[in-house]
Write a protein that binds this ligand. Structure first.
Ligand SMILES: Nc1ncnc2c1ncn2[C@@H]1O[C@H](COP(=O)(O)OP(=O)(O)OP(=O)(O)O)[C@@H](O)[C@H]1O
Ligand SMILES: [Mg+2]
Length: 403
């Protein structure tokens, strides 16, 4: 099939040709934006799900939804190394500068930038331009030294200005699992502090299921401010549609057994669907149909691509001990796994491997669905590890299933 017209789009955050199965979340979000815009209360969304299920794509779609209502959308992605306070100041700065470009409410805009200046000074952040632009600091707002309070001061400056201009602001924060517990709690408590003010201001997030578990006050606030939908693999009918709809636009048709096979191989995981769809399209010999034979021919190519891209990128900077732990997990077959059994497979005690296990959770490669249980955050990672005996401690007798 003509590779130029290949519609499939495997890649981190790459918009799919057909965004299927997420309508309910998009509708919920759309209603929330509209409610906040008219001063009503609304819960935002904190998406959680495994790698490659489509969280980033959905978060970007939220951004487009907000923009379609005239709101300003500013995005950030947490990383293992990133400075949270700095990145919040940058988000606020970008939002304020975009809002002040409107020239309405100029006095309020100056005040907001002054508040940002106070925040930066209090949190020892290098000047972000508002110094050189000569905005006077506004003492007593966002400079208390308590992060939740100071974030509330910043957010309310943004929300106030947006309201004065008849618009709104959305911040999206991707990879929330990399925030520390304190940072996430400060963000939530800060948001809660301004939630009574009915501002057109919203934060939406996405993260792995290893998102820190909040405790106490922060937790009950989080439940009031956010719903936590689990973004998962697509059910068979929708997974089929993710492949068939974009092809139909190009007047190409998938044979039912070909679609069935891909859905079976990929378990409906969006990233895998895009990769298998792409390879099957490229190897297909006909010009109108993609057949089961095409899919079978595409399997090794798709696996190669996934192994060298999606999976390898995840294993990237792990230490030997971490790889050995991952290999011990994989040797037990598909997860989830009892931590004790993984430790035994490594020939060690649970407490001996505890630090390695914690490091893997911190890196976002594993998560603990329940106490004493561990699993990969990357779907079908066990099969990848078993496909690559260069990994430490792989049990060569472990069987291959599906992808
Ligand atoms: N609803 C969907 N239907 C079809 N394809 C989708 C859907 N959502 C995402 N995809 C595709 O899946 C791939 C992964 O999407 P995305 O990067 O958003 O996942 P993610 O959950 O953010 O992954 P990670 O945790 O690794 O960041 C992309 O190639 C995207 O085009
Ligand atoms: Mg993502």
């Amino acid at each position: 099939m003509d590779p130029v017209r290949n519609p499939y789009s495997p890649g981190a955050g790459t918009p799919p040709p057909a965004l299927v199965g997420r309508d309910a979340h998009l509708d919920t979000f759309d209603v929330a934006v509209q409610r906040l815009a008219i001063g009503r209360s609304a819960k935002s969304l904190m998406l959680t799900g495994l790698r490659g299920v489509g969280k980033t794509v959905l978060l970007r779609e939220f951004g487009r939804t907000a923009e379609s209502h005239g709101w300003t959308h500013v995005r950030t992605e947490a990383t293992e190394q990133q400075h949270f306070v700095e990145s919040m100041a940058t988000l606020v700065r970008t939002a304020l500068l975009r809002l002040s470009a409107a020239r309405r409410a100029a006095k309020r805009a100056r005040r907001a930038l002054g508040i940002l200046r106070s925040f930066r000074a209090r949190w020892n952040l290098p000047g972000g331009g508002e110094f050189s632009l000569g905005f006077d600091p506004v003492p007593g707002v966002a400079d208390s030294g308590a992060l939740d309070e100071d974030l509330a001061g910043l957010f309310s400056a943004v929300g106030d200005l947006a309201r004065a201009q008849g618009t709104g602001v959305l911040f999206t924060v991707d990879e929330v699992q990399y925030l520390s517990l304190d940072e996430l709690a400060a963000l939530i408590v800060g948001l809660h502090r301004i939630s009574q003010d009915q501002l057109p201001f919203m934060v939406a997030g996405a993260g792995l299921p290893s998102l820190p578990s909040l405790a106490g006050e922060a937790r009950s606030y989080a439940e009031r401010l956010f719903s936590f939908p689990i973004i998962d693999s697509l059910p068979a009918a929708e997974a089929s549609r993710a492949l068939s709809a974009p092809a139909a636009e190009e007047e190409v048709h998938w044979q039912p057994d070909a679609l069935e096979r891909i859905v079976e191989l990929t378990d409906g995981y969006p990233y895998f669907l895009q990769e298998f769809g792409k390879q099957a399209w490229d190897v297909a010999t006909g010009s109108e149909h993609i057949t089961l034979a095409d899919v079978e021919a595409a399997v090794p190519l798709a696996l190669d691509e996934l192994d060298s891209g999606f999976f390898r990128a995840r294993i990237g900077r792990t230490t030997d001990a971490e790889r050995a732990y991952l290999a011990a997990m994989a040797s037990l077959g598909p997860g989830p796994y009892e931590s004790g059994r993984v430790a035994a497979a490594r020939g060690k005690t649970t407490s001996q491997v505890g630090p390695v296990r914690d490091a893997l959770i911190k890196r976002g490669l594993c998560y603990a669905p329940r106490h004493g249980i561990i699993d990969f955050t990357v779907p079908m990672f066990d099969q990848f590890i078993r496909r690559h005996p260069d990994m430490h401690g792989v049990d060569p007798s472990a069987s291959e299933r599906g992808v």
